[in-house]
Write a protein that binds this ligand. Structure first.
Ligand code: AKB
Length: 376
């Protein structure tokens, strides 16, 4: 396990690094699975899953690619121990990616690095640069790697319900559970970035360099899930607009007051983090000929904010939670669907929720959260 700090380097230190990391001409590189944004909420769960799969393959005597992580910040130790090498830096930094490629031949990518919906609304152009520019960097890297090793690079792109844009609350309620090809007019830069990422993935898989005489067919195998709000017992998200769910629960568990920034009737789909990681595992291991599309919906439950609070209070009766709607953030939530039709994911790659709202609390969230905050 090595950690290579590549963040914010000046030319001298980059020079030093370059001398050791110049792409090995002719030497073989280690096969690798690349995870960007590995230090985030989903990154930890995904690294754990990948490390488990790697250990299982090695226990069977099978060779297994290295797990390589990139994040803007140094990975926490518990993340770092799950991967073979980690790089600190920006996925928009082509030189960082080049130096990673000097040691590793990438066959699979999980591109988690992104600015979420709320934060992106304060710096929309930066969000575009990170969310779309970073994705383009990784797609190009994948296509070039495919040309090098001759196989399609399997590419996971986490999209979001933010890709949808229901015109208003009445339209949202009338639409009910939306399917993948409808209402794709996002109201946020983050949502625009997710739709862009989905379209870029489809282009790189099917049409990359369409007119070039030396184009290669299908350099990547692009797979994407439009995640709903995700609730983790281990981490509290930041910068998202679906954060009110996890924030409300974690505040109650810590015995802290919480002012929920959406109305009591606000309703969007959610799932737990373990379910999200399992969904990634499933879609990425599905035979390509089973997949009828690149992008899929999933959801586990879709409570209103007041139904969510009622569930919180079953376990934390003292929860000091009020509703203080933030009009602007509420408008974002009102543009997102109240439910997602996930029949295609169920049919094509066996998606099914592990929990409903009640069991998510009783079997996963509350036991883990009590352990985290109460040590019980
Ligand atoms: C957000 O709230 O921005 C994200 C999302 C729904 O994609 N959690």
């Amino acid at each position: 396990m090595y950690h290579v700090a590549m963040a914010a380097m000046d030319d001298e230190s980059m020079g030093t690094t370059a001398s050791t990391a110049t792409r090995q001409q002719g030497a073989s590189r280690n096969g690798a699975i690349l995870v960007t944004g590995a230090g985030g909420e989903m990154g930890h769960g995904l690294l754990q899953a990948l490390a488990e799969d790697k250990a299982a393959r090695e226990a069977r005597g099978e060779s297994s690619p290295a797990i390589v992580a990139i994040d803007l910040r140094d990975l926490p130790a518990d993340h770092r121990k799950l991967c073979d090498e980690s790089f600190t830096g920006d996925v928009c930094d082509a030189r960082l990616l080049e130096r990673m490629l000097s040691s590793f031949e990438v066959g699979e990518i999980y591109h988690l690095a992104a600015l979420l919906s709320t934060r992106s609304e304060f710096v929309p152009e930066t969000a575009h640069s990170v969310n779309v520019g970073g994705t383009l960097n990784l797609l190009r890297l994948a296509a070039e790697e495919s040309r090098t090793h001759g196989s399609a690079v399997r590419f996971f792109f986490p999209s979001s319900i933010a890709a949808y844009g229901l015109r208003d609350l009445e339209s949202k309620r009338a639409a009910g559970a939306v399917a993948e090809d409808s209402f794709l007019h996002p109201h946020t830069m983050y949502g625009c970035n997710k739709v862009s990422g989905e379209n870029l993935g489809h282009y790189y898989e099917n049409h990359y360099r369409k007119l070039a005489s030396d184009r290669i067919e299908r350099p990547i195998d692009f797979r994407s899930i439009r995640f709903p709000g995700i609730i983790s017992a281990d981490t509290v998200p930041s910068g998202g607009t679906s954060d009110y769910g996890p924030e409300m629960l974690h505040a109650a568990a810590r015995g802290e007051a919480y002012a929920c920034f959406v109305r009591p009737d606000a309703r969007i789909p959610f799932m737990t983090m373990p379910e999200a990681v399992e969904a990634i595992r499933r879609i990425m291991s599905a035979p390509k000929d089973r997949l009828s599309r690149n992008v899929y919906n999933v959801q586990s439950f879709n409570p209103s904010a007041e139904e969510f609070l009622a569930e919180v209070r079953k376990h934390f009766p003292q929860a000091d939670t009020g509703f203080v709607p933030d009009e602007a953030r509420q408008a974002i939530v009102d543009s997102w669907p109240e439910a997602c039709d996930d029949a295609a994911a169920a049919r094509d790659w066996g998606w099914r929720p592990e929990y409903d709202l009640q069991s998510a609390f009783s079997e996963y969230l509350v036991p883990r959260i009590r352990e985290r905050y109460e040590g019980s």
